[in-house]
Design a protein around this ligand. Structure first.
Ligand code: FAD
Length: 459
């Protein structure tokens, strides 16, 4: 097995495959000093544990964040604290990479440090090649499957700042985000007293393409902000700015007969989502599951690779819609073209059946008893992940794809149980007893969805 790239996606896939008994070689560029600092949400806990690196991440000493402070389309901050006291990570990318590579090596992965080009690839030497080379996308470009977003390009400029004393923010572990006239700015702490401060700008409209020094453009952009101007005013810029292309792209196909694109090699989502690392870890994990299944159960190969490709496509679509919705929220306050160009997508509409689900929910809530009979749903076997394999399981066939779970509730099992009960509490108890415990509000949402989509007919 050959894995290209030792970022979150490549290291995770390599580590898991090696743990499951495969022989894995990983080739990645010599360890550099990636200057990027990223904010990683608490929901990555489960992924770090699934990849087997949870303890190593805890020991790495990253600043732990308790939430976000956001000035988004308005001057007052919105202070968002992670639910239930959960904490995320503020990670320097080169440290995160080092920790993940060490964990891959400890699991038996053979690591070579060198840059690889498309011409160096000898795919016949490996039964599978996983491309985890991020934006370089060595295999994605070789296979001509990458497409760039039609919209304007976005460049990130970031520098490291230090300050004696406290930063003028409600909580200095927080990720800070501010929308301003011609872009948006964000900041994460990298150690006590040090923060990365970044601006996202349109290179065409910010002066970058006219060869103005990046530092000049960077400081001019910060001067246009409000909260960030205060943040920088009593601080000193100690390193940078550095620049990154942050324009979006995706793949028309994420897997082929002997290859998969994991993480940013497949698609790049707006950094506004703070979900790039999470997406890369999940993608690396799923790539490992798909490759493991293909090698151990060849009859499942086409299903596994198709499932991986479909999931990657769906995830990219989901985050793109979420980012456009978020950008559209601030756009009315900023009449600049930066915002107009990035927020006018018709696809930013919310899910079509929200109103129907709400109406079904109200009907179920006010009914003294329920009488459910089976509706129009067709059930067919579809790929699903079980442990570290992809298997075929029954799912409800819908226009927007097969569905097995709604908010963690098994709707195929619910469909079997539903017609046997006249009271929602009895149906809920039986579901929790025989299928597994779920939260009542998730159960009611799943039941309302089943009625709204006519998988059940309710009298
Ligand atoms: C400005 C900016 C801000 C961001 N902020 C956040 C954030 O706050 N939170 C978040 O979750 N995500 C953020 N992201 C996104 C996040 O960094 C990526 O989504 C994530 O790192 C993707 O992981 P990956 O493993 O797919 O790719 P990468 O992290 O890009 O790793 C690719 C690896 O491949 C290696 N490589 C590349 N080319 C070659 C080659 N030719 N030969 C050998 N090796 C090669 C690289 O050295 C690297 O080790 C941000 C991105 C940008 C640009």
């Amino acid at each position: 097995m050959l894995v290209l790239g030792g970022g979150p996606a490549g290291s995770s896939a390599a580590r898991l495959l090696s743990t499951w008994g495969h022989s894995v070689r990983l080739i990645t560029r010599p360890a550099g000093e990636s200057r990027l600092a990223v904010s990683i949400p608490p929901s990555c806990h489960k992924l770090f544990d699934a990849i087997g690196v949870g303890d190593a991440i805890e020991r790495a000493g990253f600043v732990r964040s308790t939430g976000n402070t956001v000035w988004w389309g308005r001057p007052e901050p919105r202070v968002e604290t992670f639910a239930d006291g959960a904490r995320g990570w503020q990670a320097s990318m080169h440290v995160l990479e080092r920790v993940l590579l060490e964990q891959a090596a400890a699991a038996g992965v053979a690591i070579e440090h060198r840059a690889i080009g498309a011409g160096d690839l000898e795919p016949q030497l490996a039964r599978f090649v996983i491309d985890g080379t991020g934006r370089s996308g060595v295999l994605a470009r070789l296979n001509s499957v990458r497409v760039y977003d039609d919209g304007p390009r976005t460049v990130a400029l970031a520098a490291s700042w230090t300050r004696d004393g406290d930063w003028p923010v409600p909580d200095d572990t927080h990720t800070l985000i501010e929308s301003y006239e011609s872009g948006w700015a964000w900041s994460v702490p990298t150690s006590p007293g040090t923060r990365h401060i970044a601006v996202m700008v349109d290179p065409q409209r910010s002066g970058l393409v006219r060869d103005a020094p990046a530092r000049e453009v960077y400081l001019a952009e910060i001067a246009k902000t409000s909260a960030f101007r205060d943040l920088a005013s009593a601080a000193s810029c100690i390193d940078g700015p550095w620049g990154w292309d942050a324009s979006g792209y995706r793949a028309v196909q994420y897997a082929g007969d002997h290859w998969l694109l994991a993480g940013d090699a497949g698609s790049f989502i707006d950094p506004l989502s703070s979900a790039g690392v999470k997406k890369a870890l999940a993608s690396g994990w799923l790539a490992a599951v798909a490759v493991h299944t293909s090698l151990t159960r060849p009859a499942m190969r086409a299903h596994s690779l198709g499932f991986f490709s479909g999931r990657e496509q769906e995830i990219e679509g989901h985050y793109s819609r979420m980012s456009r919705l978020f950008l559209a929220e601030a756009a009315p306050t900023h009449p600049h073209a930066f915002w107009r160009d990035r927020s006018d997508s018709p696809e930013a509409a919310t899910h079509v059946d929200t109103a129907a689900v709400r109406e079904a929910f109200e009907r179920l809530r006010s009914a003294t008893s329920i009488h459910l009979s089976l509706g129009e749903a067709r059930i067919e076997p579809h790929p699903a992940v079980r442990g570290h394999e992809i298997v075929l399981e029954p799912a409800i066939v819908c226009d927007d794809g097969p569905i097995r779970f709604v908010r963690g509730v098994d709707v195929v099992a619910l469909r079997d149980l539903g017609p046997r009960f006249a009271q929602v509490p009895d149906l809920f108890d039986e579901y929790c007893r025989t299928i597994g415990p779920v939260a009542l509000h998730d159960f009611l949402f799943a039941l309302a969805t089943a009625v709204a989509r006519r998988w059940f007919v309710s009298q």
